[in-house]
Design a protein around this ligand. Structure first.
Ligand code: SAH
Ligand code: SF4
Length: 353
C-alpha cells in the first residue's frame, strides 16, 4: 500500500488520519497551513510539538522530493534538480523551472522522469524513461519553489506570485493521466493552492482520448506540440501522430472547452530547413482555426548531440508575420534560461540511474 503523502492530502483526509493516530484534529489544519506555504520540512514547523512530528514521520511521507541543486540564470530563471524520495528504488531525478516575470511567477513542472514518446528534437525524449510521477511528486515541485522563494528575501514578493503553472517540464503529462489529473485537482483546490484553471496549462504532444477526458475533467488551458501540420512530417517530428493523426487531433481541438477569451496554443518549434518552409507555412495556415487557436513559435533550443538546427531569427519573424497577415494570432516565444539548459526541451537530468 502506498503511504499517504503530506503534499497530496486534503484537510478532511489528514483530520481522519490524525484521529486514527490519536492526535487532535486541529493539528491537521496547522500542518496544512505550513504545507500550503511550501513548507514540508517538519523541523521548520514551529507550532507542531515533537510528539506529533514523530507520529507523522512514522506514518506519512513528508517530503517526496529532495532538492539536489539549483541554478540561477542571468535572466532570473531558476532550474531545480530534485531526487525522488522513493523507498527501495534506484535514485531518480527530475527538473523544474521557475520563470519570473514582472507580475507573475510561472513554474514549469515535470510529470514523468523521462518520456517514451521520443520526439527527435527533444532532449527529454532522448533520456531513458524512468516512470510516472505521483500527484504528490508533481505538486511538491510547486511547493519546493515556493519554499525556495520564501527563503530568499529578494524574491519575497514573487513568492506570493507563484501564480501560473505549466506542465511543460519533463514527460508527457497525458501519458500519466491519473496522477496528473489528481495534481490538477490539488492545484485548483480552494483550500490548497487555489489556482484558477485559467492559470494552469497542460502541454501535450497530442494524446487525443486523454485530451477529451481532460476537457471533461479539468478544462485547463491547453497547449499542443504541433510542430507540423503535414501528417508525414509530423509522423517524424511528433511520433505519436502515427497513432493520433492530424484529422483526429483537429476534431478534438474543435470541441475542447475554452475559458472565456482563451485560445488553445499550438506550439511550433522552428527547425531550419524542416518545418520552416513555404509548404509548411501554407499547411499550417490552413490547419489553424484562428477563432480558437493561436500559434506560439518556439526557437529551437539546442543540446549536445542534437541533429537539428533552429531557424534563423528573420525566418521565424517572417513566419510569424505571414501567420498574422492571415488573421492568426502568432507570437515568438522568448527563450528563458537557456544559459542553464532550462529552456523548453532542454531538460534532461544529468544524474540518472
Ligand atoms: N510532453 C509535452 C510537454 C513537455 S515538452 C509536450 O510535448 O507538449 C514542452 C514543450 O517544449 C513542447 O512544446 C515541446 O515540443 C517543446 N520542445 C521540446 N524540445 C524542444 C527543443 N529542443 N527546443 C524547443 N522546444 C522544445
Ligand atoms: Fe516527450 Fe514532449 Fe519531449 Fe515529445 S516533446 S519527447 S512528448 S517531452
Amino acid at each position: 500500500m502506498n503511504i499517504p503523502s503530506l503534499a497530496s492530502l486534503s484537510l478532511a483526509e489528514l483530520q481522519n488520519l490524525m484521529q486514527t493516530w490519536g492526535l487532535p484534529a486541529f493539528r491537521a489544519k496547522q500542518l496544512l497551513d505550513w504545507r500550503n506555504k511550501g513548507i514540508l520540512d517538519l523541523g521548520a514547523m514551529k507550532n507542531i510539538p515533537n510528539q506529533v512530528k514523530a507520529t507523522l514521520e512514522e506514518h506519512i511521507q513528508t517530503q517526496p522530493l529532495k532538492l539536489v541543486s539549483r541554478q540561477k540564470s542571468t535572466d532570473g530563471t531558476r532550474k531545480y534538480l530534485f531526487a525522488l524520495q522513493r523507498e527501495n528504488q534506484s535514485l531518480k531525478h527530475i527538473e523544474s523551472v521557475l520563470i519570473p516575470d514582472e507580475n507573475r511567477g510561472t513554474v514549469c513542472i515535470s510529470s514523468q522522469a523521462g518520456c517514451v514518446l521520443d520526439c527527435p528534437f527533444c532532449h527529454t525524449g532522448t533520456q531513458k524513461f524512468e516512470g510516472n510521477l505521483t500527484a504528490a511528486e508533481i505538486i511538491a515541485q510547486v511547493l519546493a519553489v515556493k519554499a525556495d522563494l520564501l527563503d530568499d528575501p529578494m524574491m519575497d514578493e514573487l513568492h506570493n506570485q507563484v501564480s501560473h503553472i505549466v506542465y511543460m517540464g519533463m514527460g508527457e503529462p497525458l501519458a500519466n493521466e491519473v496522477e496528473v489529473f489528481k495534481s490538477l485537482d490539488l492545484l485548483m483546490d480552494e483550500a490548497y493552492l487555489n489556482l484558477s484553471r485559467r492559470r494552469i496549462t497542460v502541454s501535450t504532444s497530442g494524446l487525443v482520448p486523454q485530451i477529451e477526458r481532460l476537457g471533461l475533467d479539468s478544462p485547463v488551458n491547453l497547449a499542443i506540440s504541433l510542430h507540423s501540420a503535414i501528417n508525414e512530417q509530423r509522423n517524424v517530428l511528433v511520433p505519436i501522430n502515427q497513432k493520433h493523426d492530424l484529422t483526429s487531433l483537429r476534431k478534438c481541438l474543435n470541441t475542447y472547452p475554452l475559458a472565456k477569451s482563451r485560445h488553445i496554443t499550438l506550439e511550433y518549434v522552428m527547425l531550419k530547413g524542416v518545418n520552416d518552409t513555404e509548404e509548411s507555412l501554407q499547411t499550417l495556415i490552413k490547419f489553424v482555426n484562428p477563432e480558437r487557436e493561436r500559434v506560439n513559435l518556439i526557437r529551437f533550443n539546442t543540446y549536445p548531440g542534437s541533429e537539428f538546427q533552429g531557424s534563423a531569427t528573420n525566418v521565424t519573424d517572417e513566419f510569424a508575420k505571414s501567420l498574422i497577415s492571415k488573421g492568426i494570432r502568432a507570437t515568438v516565444r522568448r527563450s528563458r534560461g537557456d544559459d542553464i539548459m532550462a529552456a523548453c526541451g532542454q531538460l534532461k537530468t544529468a544524474k540518472t540511474g
